[in-house]
Design a protein around this ligand. Structure first.
Ligand SMILES: Nc1nc2c(ncn2[C@@H]2O[C@H](COP(=O)(O)OP(=O)(O)O)[C@@H](O)[C@H]2O)c(=O)[nH]1
Ligand SMILES: [Mg+2]
Length: 218
């Protein structure tokens, strides 16, 4: 028996790192994309979520990679790790997100059902995040906003940041499928909540997956 499956209910396999649409998988399974600035903690969160130490590569140096990494989960759906953005000059938000290959993916992908937008708790929403949201809105896709690296702030500034981001999300992300989630991949905070929210989202949007795991501390 696969132990990782026992622990989280996930069977995750890396399928392809694609730079152009011809390389995307074509088995028609539904997809959920993970988007965010370079270094926001996307790979770390995917690993933590899937309970795998190094499935998605974690790097200390902001990656220049334009690959879209496709992970097949339980042979039922894909998590897609989109290229990180955020290194372009101010004023190039839309253009940069497009240049990173993300616009092309959004325009050509019919099986994309939802986007998880990761935001660093210390940075809030940037111009490129706004551009990303524009793509998501144009596609009419549900979006799940998630704050990362909550351990980087002490209790008081953390509370303030979360409050500010809740207001921001209420104003700018009307299509949000769930309240803003607050996570730390290092400490594990918010990961169970994220798994439960995703399980609900997957069932509702994709009609796949098992019911969400029971809350361990009711
Ligand atoms: N303190 C802290 N560091 C994190 C967290 N998540 C990621 N990092 C660090 O942030 C850096 C970028 O993480 P990575 O997952 O590669 O980000 P990505 O570029 O968005 O995929 C790495 O040095 C990680 O160890 C977190 O929750 N807390
Ligand atoms: Mg990464």
């Amino acid at each position: 028996m696969d132990k990782s499956k026992l622990d989280t209910g996930f069977n995750a396999e890396f399928v392809v790192g694609a730079v152009k649409p011809e390389q995307y998988p074509d088995d028609g399974l539904p997809e959920v994309a993970f988007a965010g600035r370079s270094n926001v903690g996307k790979s770390s969160l995917l690993n933590k979520l899937l309970n795998r130490r190094q499935l998605a590569r974690v790097s200390n140096t902001p990656g220049r990679t334009r690959e879209l990494n496709f992970f097949r989960i339980n042979q039922a759906y894909y998590y897609v790790d989109l290229p990180g953005y955020g290194y372009a000059k101010v004023g190039r938000g839309q253009r940069e997100v497009w240049d990173r290959g993300i616009g092309l993916y959004f325009n050509s992908r019919r099986d994309l059902r939802a986007v998880i937008l990761l935001l660093d708790i210390r940075r809030g929403m940037t111009e490129q995040d706004q551009a990303m949201l524009d793509f998501i809105f144009k596609m009419g896709l549900p979006v799940l906003p998630v704050l990362t690296k909550s351990d980087k702030l002490n209790a008081n500034p953390r509370r303030e940041a979360i409050k500010a981001m809740r207001l921001m999300v209420a104003e700018k992300v009307p299509l949000a499928v769930a309240p803003l989630l607050v996570t730390s991949s290092s400490k594990g905070d918010g990961i169970l909540e994220l798994r439960q929210t995703l399980a609900t989202l997957l069932q509702r949007e994709l009609g796949v997956g098992d019911p969400p795991p029971p809350d361990p501390c009711p």
